[in-house]
Ligand binder design. Structure first.
Ligand code: TNX
Length: 536
């Protein structure tokens, strides 16, 4: 045993933590993803035996921090025995650490966790869960180890597109569990788009009565082929609360997205007054195909009130989201050019370009959200708005150039450049996989190595997050979703947690390979190195 671990063990003995029995020597080594910033573990030494779970004394299980630790450990899958007279677990707040930082010490006698805030307990718990190995007698054990760790980015996320292909509440929870395992802490929930509105809004019942239904769905390979299977799906407000609560139990904050003013066909179909009714050929419908569509919100009183009302309900449903996503991407100007009402609005406001209507919407959203104590986050197109509020968060998707522009303008930003973080693109080429497993065309070979090594550097310190987007045109079910997400999710998690630190793909490859038993324990249909799906 090395000196650090020897003194650790002595330290724990002096506070007479527990009467735990040491494990047999632990010969395996943990394969942690993301790799902690600093760590050491003892090889071939006894560790902490887990066959009886982790005992927690009543003082710990009655303290607020202790209870939070127990919840985090249980959510990470560890077995806890509370209310014992003597415990194996010691938890402490370390006010001088960053809120998201934690340190861990495991000895044969117990586990001690120090955190900068309760939030960090989730990461600590997941590190422990990933470090569970077998000792020489085949019993579950943690190696004696020491970890000092903190994320380099506060927003580490996955975006799920529930409009193109809905995802059930149960499946969303499974995805959240997987995210938590790798310390991802933000779910960006894309809840509406041209192909369907998926969130119940009490004040506008037609959004779901009409807007959540479409007649069929286009094939992502041959877009002209549309099936005739109706899609009808939305999350009730109770469903939303259930997902948000499950996420919270794992230390994940859900950031909802309401698309304003574009990608609005479903909303405009439900409430035509929301659109540009006087534009030629106005006949909105919930779209069955893919692409960018002309139906956008109109600059009118109904639309402005709609935004105010919808965002109010959304803020109430997502009380912990510090920022709310208002979309803002890919807004065609055709209807605004052709609508007399939109043109009159422009004149009235001294606007010379249609794009200024989008800027007006962007500012309105920021204003409404501020009233609810929230910031706004939007796709990088929102930067077109002059005097964009300084606290607006920019989600840079069109490439690193846009990320660097946002940073120069002093906006906090979240990186998800299409060239590496769009998990709807193939991990090889589409020709190398069965059609079902192909991705959208545009970019090939976005495999885990590409994700890991892609240059995401941005001068300055404005990057607050990184996420992968799972646009779901080509993701009709969980088999496909798992194939597109796993194992790239691991590379994303590593890169976000260790943002700015050097990466070593060959070393990472070993840790990734070691995840296979975990993936299999969840029955995941992950993409294997030869591109074959694990459970086709
Ligand atoms: C662009 S990325 C979109 C999505 C599509 C995606 C893939 C972004 C902000 N908008 O609406 O799903 O490309 O086709």
């Amino acid at each position: 045993m090395n000196n650090v671990l020897r003194s650790l063990c002595a330290g724990l003995c002096t506070v007479s933590l527990a009467c735990a029995l040491p494990s047999q020597p632990v010969t395996e080594q943990p394969a942690l993803i993301p790799a902690p910033i600093q760590y050491e573990w003892a090889v071939n030494q006894p560790g902490f035996l887990l066959s009886n779970g982790i005992k927690v004394d009543s003082a710990t299980s009655h303290s607020e921090l202790g209870r939070a630790a127990i919840r985090a450990l249980m959510a990470a899958g560890l077995e806890i025995q509370p209310e014992e007279t003597e415990g194996d677990l010691q938890v402490q707040l370390q006010a001088n650490q960053a809120p998201a930082a934690y340190s861990l010490k495991v000895t044969p006698l117990g586990i001690s966790i120090e955190v900068g805030s309760a939030e960090a307990l989730h990461a600590a718990a997941q590190t422990l869960a990933q470090a569970v190995l077998k000792d020489a007698a085949g019993q579950p054990a943690l190696p004696a180890m020491w970890v000092k760790d903190a994320p380099q980015l506060e927003h580490r996320g996955i975006m799920l597109d529930t409009s193109r292909h809905p995802i059930s509440v149960a499946d969303t929870k499974r995805i959240l569990n997987l995210m938590a395992r790798y310390k991802l802490n933000r779910l960006h929930w894309h809840l509406c788009d041209d192909q369907g509105w998926r969130i119940e809004i009490k004040k506008y019942p037609l959004l779901t009565e009409i807007g959540s239904k479409r007649k069929g769905t286009a094939c992502w390979i041959k877009q002209t082929e549309v099936d005739n299977k109706p899609v009808e799906f939305y999350y009730t407000q109770d469903d939303i609360r259930e997902v948000v609560a499950h996420a919270h139990s794992l230390g994940i904050i859900v950031i909802p997205e309401i698309e304003i003013p574009g990608h609005a066909s479903a909303a405009v179909t439900a409430y035509p007054q929301l659109g540009n009714q006087d534009s030629p050929g106005f006949a909105p419908e919930v779209v069955t195909g893919w692409g960018v569509f002309t139906h956008v919100m109109g600059p009118n009183a109904f639309a402005f009130q709609f935004i105010e009302d919808v965002l109010a309900e959304v803020c109430a449903l997502f009380p912990r989201a510090p920022y709310i996503h208002i979309g803002g991407d890919e807004v065609p100007r055709d209807q605004w050019q052709q609508s007399p009402a939109a043109q009159a609005f422009m004149q009235q406001h001294g606007m010379t370009r249609e794009s200024q209507i989008q800027d007006y919407f962007t500012h309105l959203c920021a204003q409404v959200l501020r009233k609810h104590g929230r910031r706004m986050v939007g796709w990088d197109e929102i930067m077109c708005a002059p005097q964009l509020p300084q606290d607006a968060v920019v989600m840079a998707w069109r490439g690193m150039d846009h990320a660097r522009i946002a940073a120069r303008r002093d906006h906090e930003l979240i990186l998800c450049p299409i060239h590496a973080f769009y998990f709807n693109f193939p991990q090889s080429t589409n020709e190398e996989v069965k059609p079902f497993y192909s991705g959208l065309t545009g970019f090939d070979h976005i495999d885990w190595k590409h994700v890991l090594t892609f240059d995401t550097s941005v001068p300055g310190n404005k990057v607050i997050g990184m996420q992968a987007n799972l646009w779901s045109e080509c993701i009709p079910d969980m088999k496909k979703l798992e194939y597109m997400l796993v194992p790239r999710i691991c590379a994303l998690a590593e890169k976000a947690w260790r943002y700015g630190l050097p990466v070593f793909p060959d070393e990472f490859a070993h840790r990734l390979e070691a995840q296979t038993p975990y993936f299999d324990s969840l029955q995941l249909n992950f993409r294997q190195e030869d591109n074959a799906p694990r459970r086709p």
